[in-house]
Design a protein around this ligand. Structure first.
Ligand SMILES: Cc1ncc(COP(=O)(O)O)c(C=O)c1O
Length: 363
């Protein structure tokens, strides 16, 4: 018997979670937007039904659910490669871009390695980093609610493996300019992977040409999703574009068969229906502009958002008042303690409800 073997197993102790898991916030289920009076504006989903071609592709593929999907997602990766002007070797897909991000972090970070990101940004960043045993390094946003790239460059150490940049930033909607991002990339060691999370890129009129930057800087990785503008949030499919060796590593760290055949087919059909998606996006952008103008006229101070959402900074007291008002009105929005509130831009009727509510609470 070796010293590692238990002589007599204690019969009362339960298995324990890792510290990184025990420290994570519990998932709090939100009110679902099923009732006719509930406006679901908390998750930046598309308020449109899926594109008809995607629904048809899913219906067609549904009869083969007894089979595993193509684990390498070859057809989807080839279609994406054609769409983006890269090769399929440079594309890795996963169950949502958050799934791909988990592959990125677990694929690159050992325990104690650092991942630098702006804060406030996408809530999943610190969770995925801590789960991997790596260290989140949060760099506060600048006064204009955008990434402070100088401070982020200064936060890079020998332990930094990954930098996460979110453009336009969730939840503030502020993009990173191409010139500033390129200047930043020139200062970052080429051994650090710089992930450009573009979950909302289809809604953005401003921001970097990430593919051009990727071609120039092989340590850039682009992260995109079908969950937002393409309206496939419930099917879970996102992707990364990265140097072939990195993309290959991401494919190796993927959960086997993580992207269903339904998701793969729907994503291909959605890419084929790109013009229809763009027409929808342009209506959301019109609504975004209308809401921003009306809120400014009401006296709210907003940064121009390049996402399908608006961001209202609010101190603790104001936030509590607004949260109560939105709850009472049956409008689900996302509140961030101490920071503000994020509201998804949706159909004109829901947007009007938001505008009337905020009018009643304008300073
Ligand atoms: C910035 C950002 N990145 C990634 C995601 C993840 O999206 P998904 O996993 O559905 O692709 C989201 C979703 O809200 C997001 O806001």
């Amino acid at each position: 018997m070796t010293s590692d073997q238990l002589v007599a197993a204690p019969q009362t102790a339960l298995p324990t979670l890792r510290g990184a898991v025990a420290g994570l916030p519990s998932y709090v289920p939100g009110r679902r937007g099923a009732g006719a009076d509930i406006a679901a504006l908390a998750s930046n989903e598309s308020h449109y039904d899926p594109l008809p071609a995607a629904t048809a592709a899913v219906a067609e593929a549904a009869g083969r659910m007894n089979r595993y999907p193509d684990m390498a997602a070859v057809e989807l990766r080839e279609r994406l490669a054609r769409h983006l002007g890269v090769t399929a070797e440079e594309v890795a897909v996963g169950p949502g871009s958050v799934g791909v991000l988990q592959q990125i972090i677990t694929g690159l970070c050992d325990a104690g390695d650092e991942v630098v990101f702006a804060w406030r940004s996408f809530e999943a960043y610190p969770i995925l980093v801590e789960l991997a045993g790596a260290r989140p390094v949060r760099v506060p946003l600048d006064d204009a609610e955008g990434h402070d790239l100088d401070a982020m460059a200064a936060a890079v150490t020998v332990r930094t493996k990954v930098i996460l940049l979110c453009t336009p930033n969730n939840p503030t909607g502020v993009p990173i300019s191409h010139e500033r991002l390129e200047a930043f990339l020139q200062t970052v060691p080429s051994s650090v992977l710089v992930v450009i999370d573009e979950a909302y890129v289809e809604y953005a009129d401003a921001g970097p040409d990430s593919l051009a930057l990727y071609r120039r800087y092989p340590n850039v990785c682009i992260l995109r999703t079908f969950s937002k503008a393409y309206g496939l949030a419930g099917l879970r499919v996102g992707y990364a574009v990265a140097a072939p060796a990195i993309a290959e590593g991401l494919r190796r760290t993927a959960l086997p068969f993580g992207v269903s055949a339904l998701a793969q087919k729907a994503a291909i059909a959605s890419l084929d229906a790109g013009e229809e998606m763009e027409a929808r996006v342009s209506l959301v952008k019109q609504e975004r502009a209308r809401m921003a103008a009306e809120l400014a006229a009401q006296g709210w101070t907003l940064q121009p958002s390049q996402g399908n959402f608006l961001w209202i900074r609010a101190d603790e007291q104001r936030l509590a008042t607004l949260v109560d008002a939105f709850n009472a009105a049956g409008i689900m929005v996302r509140a961030y303690q101490g920071d503000g509130i994020r509201i998804t831009v949706a159909d004109p009727a829901s947007n009007n409800r938001v505008l009337r509510l905020l009018e009643a609470h304008a300073a």
